[in-house]
Design a protein around this ligand. Sequence first.
Ligand SMILES: Nc1ncnc2c1ncn2[C@@H]1O[C@H](COP(=O)(O)OP(=O)(O)OP(=O)(O)O)[C@@H](O)[C@H]1O
Ligand SMILES: [Mg+2]
Length: 236
Amino acid sequence: MNITLHNITKKYGDKTVLSIDQLEFKTGTVTGIIGPNGSGKSTLMRIISGIDKEYTGCLNIDGHEINQEICKNMTLVFQKPYLINTDVYNNIAYPLKIRGVSKLEMNRKIENMIELLQLKEIIRQSARTLSGGEMQRVALARAIVFEPRLLLLDEPTSNIDPKTMQLMESAIKYINKCCNTTVVLVTHNIRQLRRVCTEAVFMQEGKVVERDLVKDVLNRLDEDFIGDFLEKELPI
Ligand SMILES: Nc1ncnc2c1ncn2[C@@H]1O[C@H](COP(=O)(O)OP(=O)(O)OP(=O)(O)O)[C@@H](O)[C@H]1O
Ligand SMILES: [Mg+2]
């Protein structure tokens, strides 16, 4: 999916939290959104996903305004993932059920996710009892199991151990490659940005300050300054 934004403004009362003249995410690209706390990253994700409709300006997806068909083909993984109150299997099955996928196809796709994200041991566990990191892994599985054309990820690997992070990053890259899924990933991890994304958007105070290939954006930003909002010292 190709996403274009023009003159997007989002306000809370008198406070403008997002002000974007122009921004495009091309089909099949993996873009990292970086920037300090409160710079509008999650706000931008909620607007693109269609969850937040209280803004002015123009958002187009494949040349259309958001409609049901577009929503069926995209998903957002929240900064704090929420799961439905059932077991892991049924959480992952849910997006397939509501899209009318056959039982056979459903089992095949879920098996694929179990392998990709190593969910075998927790597949029948109640989602309520999962650890934070397990929840994030299940939330990612549920997001990619229906092969979305647009995958929006808001800090999907915060508080994740290095091994699980690798697993999740591989799953993100896998879905991008196999389905040409457009991926927009909010992250505070500079190494993750380098590993997963080809392009980067740097936001500050609701505005897009830099937008280019990852290496070019990082080259243009002062190193100390980057350290203020990216966890560059993480071992992974
Ligand atoms: N419901 C609200 N009412 C008032 N202000 C809000 C509301 N929701 C968000 N904001 C403000 O909008 C700004 C942007 O918030 P947003 O969550 O998009 O930031 P962020 O870049 O995702 O930050 P973080 O890195 O901490 O996740 C912040 O200043 C926040 O306080
Ligand atoms: Mg946020």
